[in-house]
Design a protein around this ligand. Structure first.
Ligand SMILES: [Zn+2]
Length: 174
């Protein structure tokens, strides 16, 4: 498993603009994100089940804003964002269980079963301080992505974005 996969959940959360506008959308996003990060997702140890309501949507919007802010402009003060992330890290705790041991989490309440693993994923990426996290060079996109290339030269989050930027240029050259 490369680091890009390990940080997949954090990166999709950073890119989840507008996904938490209402509880139904938030629940849908969470189900898909969990499924997508199945291999690296912290396993849940009997946490209370989350109920997706207006309150949890608002919590997710706040956590998302803090995550984006924490990865914001280099050198900018991110103290309040880090405090917001730390507060969500207090919504659960980590345990070791079994042989070979698995790292599991237990949330303190239903909302924590969503907020804790997301805050943990973002905090891990932040603490890793890895320079491989980039933003798409397409201005219309600017999604976060993981640059897994050997020389660290990837500029677009996906092929479509590269095509969109390059195609008009090619047309001009002809
Ligand atoms: Zn893009």
């Amino acid at each position: 498993m490369d680091n890009g996969a390990a940080y997949g959940l954090a990166i999709s959360f950073l890119n989840a603009n507008g996904a938490f506008d209402d509880p139904v959308a938030a629940a849908r996003w969470w189900a898909a994100a969990r499924e997508g990060a199945r291999e690296t997702f912290l396993l849940d140890l009997d946490s209370p089940k989350p109920r997706f309501n207006a309150e949890l949507s608002a919590e997710l919007r706040a956590l998302h804003a803090a995550a984006v802010e924490a990865f914001g402009s280099p050198g900018a003060s991110t103290e309040s964002a880090m405090a917001a992330l730390s507060a969500r890290l207090a919504r659960g705790s980590l345990r070791l269980k079994g042989a070979p041991p698995a790292l599991l989490f237990c949330a303190s309440d239903g909302p924590g079963a969503v907020l804790f693993p997301l805050a943990h994923a973002v905090a891990s990426l932040l603490a890793a301080g890895d320079k491989r996290l980039r933003r798409c060079a397409s201005e219309a996109c600017s999604a976060y992505f993981w640059d897994g290339t050997k020389n660290g030269s990837r500029r677009w989050c996906r092929l479509n974005c590269m095509e969109r930027v390059r195609a008009p240029r090619r047309r001009l050259q002809r």
